[in-house]
Ligand binder design. Structure first.
Ligand code: SAH
Ligand code: SF4
Length: 362
């Protein structure tokens, strides 16, 4: 008997209704979807996982997203910003461990001192690693000029999640003001592309009021936008935020985890040659969550290199692991027995092949 989703999986091009069908597939059918996604990854990118050493630069944020634990109005947050020495030390650890790339992430800050400090850090890290360490930034919405300065300093990838590609759903998860404007965020993504970055976006899965139709549209949004990288993860309530104050049911988290695996697999099948992150939030919900995401087509992980004493401060969602993840004996922290045949891409940037194709097209 041919399974219901088998015919869809064999298609070259997927319509919205196909994507909804795949999102809806039963737990019995899901392994077919996952296997197909892993096959596509292996064919287009190889069975290799690339590492981005994550440096959480500062938990000071000017914004107030309704879901995020480090939002401006959460007065319980004890603020920190890493010193330049701490950032450089973490970057050199990544270099020494042969990570290939780092990712600098932070609460949003648009002050000139922040901008020039990041510019200086990127320049220094590039110089100290002979240009060999790749640099991804995830520093929120900024002006074109700022993106350009950071690119010229040596950053070459940027992650800015659209969070929800539906303007309506976006509105429900953010305060209704100019600072949290869907169209500004969209414009930033466009600017990043124009300025030459490998551009990544993604959404949270399991936001209140989100439906499977929204999720299917998120996939189509990413395909139409022609993204190079995708970072998606389950929404996890934080009790000190408007969207998290009523807590959650574990069952919902499990469902969100499974739905995220489906989203990752579908993203891989629909956008074959992009980079897809297995997010730490997956690991928070289930042990070996990242390995499961890799088995469903993801190919990038971001092991945390933030100095340990600051980890608790960067709690964007509850239960975020604060323990030491990176050890010299196993730099990825992955249990490789669970993902047989997979290799870690040491010492390489691991850019998405999609980016080069996109550039040669235009
Ligand atoms: N300030 C930057 C980068 C740091 S936040 C920005 O917002 O782009 C990085 C990501 O954390 C966000 O894009 C969001 O998708 C995710 N995040 C925030 N709160 C979360 C929560 N409660 N559950 C899951 N992911 C969350
Ligand atoms: Fe700030 Fe990013 Fe959290 Fe929004 S998601 S409050 S911009 S850190």
């Amino acid at each position: 008997m041919t399974s219901g989703i088998q015919t869809i999986l064999e298609k070259e091009y997927h319509e919205r209704s196909d994507i909804i069908e795949l999102l809806r597939c039963s737990d019995e059918e899901a392994p077919l979807l996952y296997r197909k996604a892993a096959e596509v990854r292996d064919r287009y990118l190889g069975n290799i996982v690339y590492l981005r050493g994550l440096i959480e630069y500062s938990n000071l944020c000017g914004k107030n997203c309704l879901y995020c634990g480090i939002r401006r109005e959460n007065r319980k947050v004890e603020h920190y910003t890493l010193s330049n020495d701490e950032v450089i030390k973490a970057a050199l650890t990544a270099y020494k461990l042969n990570f290939g790339s780092i990712a600098i992430q932070s609460g949003e800050n648009t002050s000139e001192s922040f901008i020039s400090n990041i510019e200086g850090l990127v320049t220094t890290i590039k110089k100290m690693t002979d240009g060999r360490l790749g640099i991804t930034l995830s520093l929120g919405e900024q002006k074109r000029e700022t993106y350009r300065r950071w690119f010229e300093a040596g950053a070459h990838r940027y992650l800015l999640r659209i969070e929800a590609s539906s303007p309506d759903l976006y509105r429900k998860a953010h305060p209704d003001d100019e600072m949290h404007n869907y169209y500004n965020r969209l414009e930033c993504l466009q600017t990043l592309k124009e300025e030459g970055y490998q551009t990544g976006t993604g959404v949270m899965i399991g936001l209140p009021c989100q439906t499977l139709n929204h999720l299917a549209d998120d996939i189509l949004f990413m395909r139409d936008f022609d993204i190079d990288m995708c970072g998606m993860g389950p929404f996890i309530e934080h009790s000190d935020t408007p969207l998290g104050k009523n807590g959650t049911e574990n069952l919902f988290l499990k469902e969100r985890f499974n739905l995220t695996l489906r989203m990752i697999a579908i993203a891989r099948i629909v956008m074959k040659d992009i980079n897809i992150v297995a997010s730490t939030a997956m690991q928070t919900i289930q042990s070996f969550g990242r390995e499961k995401a890799i088995a469903c087509g993801a190919n990038v992980i971001m092991p945390n290199l933030t100095p340990e004493r600051y980890r608790a401060g960067y709690r964007i969602y509850e239960g975020k692991p604060g323990y030491k993840e990176v050890e010299e004996v196993n730099v990825s922290g992955l249990n490789m027995d669970l993902i047989p045949g997979t290799a870690i891409g040491l010492g390489i940037w691991g850019d998405a092949p999609h980016f080069n194709k996109r550039r040669t097209k235009s």
